[in-house]
Design a protein around this ligand. Structure first.
Ligand code: KIV
Ligand code: ZN
Length: 387
């Protein structure tokens, strides 16, 4: 039977931590509406104790979402943070408090300045404290990707014993390699009692460009929730991109035995919306939502796609709301792509004329990055005058 992977969106929390991407309440609400259209399972709306504005954002999103998704508020392992999170979530039908602390040597020794024993004690305390205020408590083991396996298992065990309903294993610094991160999740599955009874989440950053691969490795090893953002927004090099991990699961779901409930047809729109609200441009070659994700430029590829789309496309662009595949005419384009585009524009020519037009097309293309329909109209008119 296929295992459902819950999709936890953190565009409005970790995503807005991207430099220059902070959002006000109205902007967050617009994005939250689009996240609901995607049918995500959980929306992390913000970090209420961090500012009155963010508190208000979480409060308004909690009201907006109703029972369509869990609404999550972040807090450190600090009682006052947890109180603020619970208060901001008061109007939510499915509230979840997300609390935790660093578990790597670097975080315990150099940031928190606590011993490993204190870390375990604080993990248990923050979960217990949050459980008194909310039935759904997610514990995060920050920098788990660089932590000692056995120690991580000890902290996770303490969090579960204290009542955590979700355990989040972040690769906060994007340090891991996929195989190793998968092994870490498998280790927890084997060594933590009761882990099968909670949601096991992965939260991977993209510092080595591996966030999606890490998340999928986590899923293959048994994780049941993936944390991600639209366009992969997030601290430094960003988080796992939702559109990538969801489509990865769709393309390989049968082999992995997993699925999500996300409606991928809203991805292109969500990507444009997040880009325009945050001002963060999407790179053209970005997987799934980049302008070139379904564009074909070389003659060999164009010839294949014109015969059968699946020769060079593993996803139908309509599945992600991206319209149709695009044949881009360049100096690398072949005869068949030119013929097809001319036919789309209403022109058909015999083979001899096509050969003349193709030669002339290449002369133009060698001087341009892309040959547009207006260039083709001129080409056709010029040819008509010459015959
Ligand atoms: O990257 C991280 O560890 C986080 C936690 C707060 C979940 O964003
Ligand atoms: Zn993060």
């Amino acid at each position: 039977m296929s295992r459902k992977i819950a999709i936890f969106d953190t565009t409005l929390r970790d995503g807005e931590q991207s430099p220059g991407c902070s959002m006000n309440t109205e902007e967050k609400l617009v994005i939250a509406r689009q996240l609901l259209r995607l049918h995500v399972d959980a929306i992390e709306a913000g970090f209420p104790v961090s500012s009155p504005g963010d508190f208000e954002s979480v409060r308004r999103i909690a009201e907006l979402v109703g029972d369509s998704a869990s609404v999550v508020a972040l807090s450190r392992a600090v009682d006052g943070d947890i109180d603020a999170a619970a208060e901001a979530l008061r109007g939510a039908q499915r509230p979840r408090i997300h609390t935790g602390l660093g578990v790597s040597t670097s975080h315990m020794r150099d940031k928190l300045r606590i011993s490993p024993d204190e870390c375990v004690e604080r993990a248990a305390h923050c979960v217990r404290y949050a459980r008194n205020l909310c039935d759904d408590v997610q514990f995060y083991a920050e920098d788990a990707g660089r932590s000692d396996y056995a120690f991580l298992a000890r902290v996770v065990q303490a969090a579960i014993d204290a009542g955590a309903t979700v355990v989040n294993i972040p690769d906060t610094t994007g340090f891991s390699l996929p195989e190793e991160f998968g092994a870490r999740i498998a280790y927890l599955m084997e060594h933590v009692d009761g882990i099968d009874d909670v949601t096991l989440s992965v939260h991977c950053h993209n510092d080595l460009g591996l966030a999606t691969a890490l998340s999928l490795a986590g899923v293959a090893a048994g994780a049941t929730q993936v944390e991600c953002t639209i366009n992969g927004l997030g601290e430094r090099a960003g988080n796992t991109a939702m559109e990538e991990v969801v489509m990865g699961i769709r393309v390989h779901g049968d082999a992995l035995g997993v699925h999500t409930d996300v409606d991928a047809r809203g991805f292109a729109m969500a990507s444009r919306l997040v880009s325009s609200v945050t001002g963060m441009v999407v790179q053209p070659n970005k997987a799934i939502v980049g302008a070139n994700a379904f564009a074909h430029s070389s003659g060999i590829h164009q010839d294949g796609v014109l015969k059968d789309r699946s020769t060079y496309e593993i996803i139908d662009p309509r599945e992600v709301g991206a319209g149709a595949s695009r044949i881009v005419l360049t100096a690398r384009s072949g005869h068949s792509a030119l013929k097809q585009r001319l036919s789309d524009l209403g022109y058909t020519f015999d083979d001899e004329t096509m050969s003349v037009l193709y030669r002339r097309f290449l002369e133009i293309a060698d001087h341009k990055k892309e040959v547009y329909d207006e260039d083709l109209e001129s080409l056709v008119n010029e040819n008509a005058r010459e015959v």
